[in-house]
Design a protein around this ligand. Sequence first.
Ligand SMILES: CC(C)(COP(=O)(O)OP(=O)(O)OC[C@H]1O[C@@H](n2cnc3c(N)ncnc32)[C@H](O)[C@@H]1OP(=O)(O)O)[C@@H](O)C(=O)NCCC(=O)NCCS
Length: 259
Amino acid sequence: MSYWSSSAPGDRCSLMAWALFTGHGVEPLPALFLEILDEEERSRADSFRYAQDRHDFICAHALRRALLAWRFARSPGYWRFTPASLKRPQVLSAPPGTSPEVTLTHSHGLVAAAVTDGSAVGVDAEDLKGRRADPAILSLVCDEDEQRALDVLNGDVVAWQRAFLRLWVRKEAFVKAVGVGLSFPLTSIRFTPDGQLAGIVPALADIVGRAADWQLWEPDIGETHHLAVVARMGDSRQPLEYRYFEPAQLALILDRLVG
Ligand SMILES: CC(C)(COP(=O)(O)OP(=O)(O)OC[C@H]1O[C@@H](n2cnc3c(N)ncnc32)[C@H](O)[C@@H]1OP(=O)(O)O)[C@@H](O)C(=O)NCCC(=O)NCCS
């Protein structure tokens, strides 16, 4: 796994994703993480029952602000979003001439955010160690081809779990890009093993367009988690500008962005 970035604040990368390792929820967080959040984010953070969930929430929302600030050259505290709902959060404070689309995910120990200028985008992550998928939900998530591919792994519980969660993360990232949430039928889309979106049932074409419009990236995040970004890039194949951090590294970037 490598740590790199070729962009500088304000650079016009088409698609950027940042991930942040958040630890076990007991480590003190840099003060700036909370300071840059707005009232609603702070009050939502305070409503969590478990420290780890609060910790991951603060990290995810600080990361989203840092990424937007970096990409669109505005301070982290500048950004306003639609209130929490069942819909995909939208940016309410787009700088003139821009159309930021942003998405975030929190899983135990890792959070991530991705941003584009105008293209629908979704990110999802799962903790591969802590999460156990129940084979009973297979038929709710996978189409027949995907189920057959998983059947080959029957008997190897670890490999089956990893393959299933990987598929799940891809589909959740897609559903988050579409923005419809739980109402989207996951079995109506299919990813090939090499990550192409191969099938969308015709009845959904009005909402999601052509399968070929969608692109999937699965940045290397190590053994503990799986991470996927899905975006509607049309005919242009785009690289993903990807970085990952520990909290102290993100704090340094925030310091610079807050100026
Ligand atoms: C909305 C949904 C996509 C969230 O996914 P999740 O894995 O529970 O949680 P994540 O941490 O990855 O993402 C949560 C973030 O997604 C964003 N979000 C919320 N609703 C969203 C929507 N309709 N579309 C896109 N993003 C959404 C929010 O930013 C939220 O974070 P916040 O509450 O801190 O602001 C999920 O609840 C959902 O609808 N899943 C549909 C897929 C499904 O059926 N899964 C079950 C598989 S059996």
